[in-house]
Write a new protein. Structure first.
Length: 79
């Protein structure tokens, strides 16, 4: 059960308020993260518009898991 009112896009929008949060959460600044997502989409590794999670959120979830050594269950609560 999700307890937070900030999930998915609301959480990503909250991160836009402070550029330092992007680096703290994903170990990457927002411009680099956007560039990575665009590169993965352009090379065909990710497809936009399929499923419930968009490409930006999928990459953010992966970076959060790798950067904080956490489990998918913890990340699923936020995204």
């Amino acid at each position: 059960m999700r307890d937070s009112i900030l999930i998915c896009q609301g959480y990503m929008d909250e991160l836009n308020s402070n550029p330092n949060k992007w680096f703290e959460m994903f170990r990457m600044t927002r411009p680099y993260l956007l560039h990575l997502v665009d590169g993965l989409i352009s090379h065909g590794y990710l497809k936009e518009g399929q499923g419930d999670v968009d490409a930006m959120q999928a990459v953010a979830m992966l970076l959060y898991i790798l950067g904080h050594n956490t489990r998918m269950r913890c990340v699923a609560d936020r995204f």
